[in-house]
Ligand binder design. Sequence first.
Ligand SMILES: NC(=O)c1ccc[n+]([C@@H]2O[C@H](COP(=O)([O-])OP(=O)(O)OC[C@H]3O[C@@H](n4cnc5c(N)ncnc54)[C@H](OP(=O)(O)O)[C@@H]3O)[C@@H](O)[C@H]2O)c1
Length: 238
Amino acid sequence: MPQTVLITGTGRPYALGFNLVKRYLEHGDRVLASIRRPSEALEALRAQYPDTLHVLTMDIASTASVNAAAEEAAQLTPAIDLIINNATTASADTMKELPDFDLDLIAPAVNVGAVGPIRVLKAFLPLLRASRMGALVVNISSEAGSIGRCYRTFYLDYGTEKAALNMLTMTMRNYFKNDPNLNILCLHPGWIRTNPGNNGAPLDPYEHAETLRLLFEEKRHDKEGPAFITYTGEAYPW
Ligand SMILES: NC(=O)c1ccc[n+]([C@@H]2O[C@H](COP(=O)([O-])OP(=O)(O)OC[C@H]3O[C@@H](n4cnc5c(N)ncnc54)[C@H](OP(=O)(O)O)[C@@H]3O)[C@@H](O)[C@H]2O)c1
């Protein structure tokens, strides 16, 4: 049965969000793809899938913007079956260590990378609750958000926002524990070639998007298994 999927941060053709959009469309699903600014690549995809791809403008740092996007989505679809909170941010100082890092950049990054996905969950909750197949929310986290495995002396913003996202995911998992129609988890997606700078990454974004699509179907109703997983489906240490 085709499903309706909302994916955030989908405007960059080489990145994970856009390739997830492509995979779901190819699979015959309906996709609500969110962006902050116009994307030529997404427009080309919309021309190819005029009936099943809807583009929403949404800044996940802004409650008003997320609420407006949720209202627009409710005009387009009666339900959402899957949300992939993929959008994230890192400041210009992300590779710097303490002496050179502007600490005032951490809170805005947490606002996007950790609070943003929960803003989306809250605003789109009525549509998730209307899912007939049982809705899943996947928060794309990172190994960089693992406190137990932390080895870096940089990523003060990115590591903190992903650790906070993991905490919020677990708190929401507890909150929805007795709701048979809603599941939530966070994922370390692996190291993917999502920007021209990380050509050394082993995973191709288009190929990997299909691995993740299949994994999410496996995990849709799994409320007892690990809440923070890798792309192989195994638990990742918090
Ligand atoms: N690539 C990897 O190897 C890797 C490893 C571990 C985890 N991850 C995680 O996987 C996900 C995808 O990674 P990626 O490398 O494909 O990401 P990316 O290229 O950095 O893309 C991030 C997306 O988030 C959007 N975004 C940023 N701030 C936003 C805001 N305030 N509101 C709405 N959208 C916003 C960006 O939009 P604009 O285009 O408008 O800037 C962009 O489309 C991320 O959550 C990342 O942390 C990736």
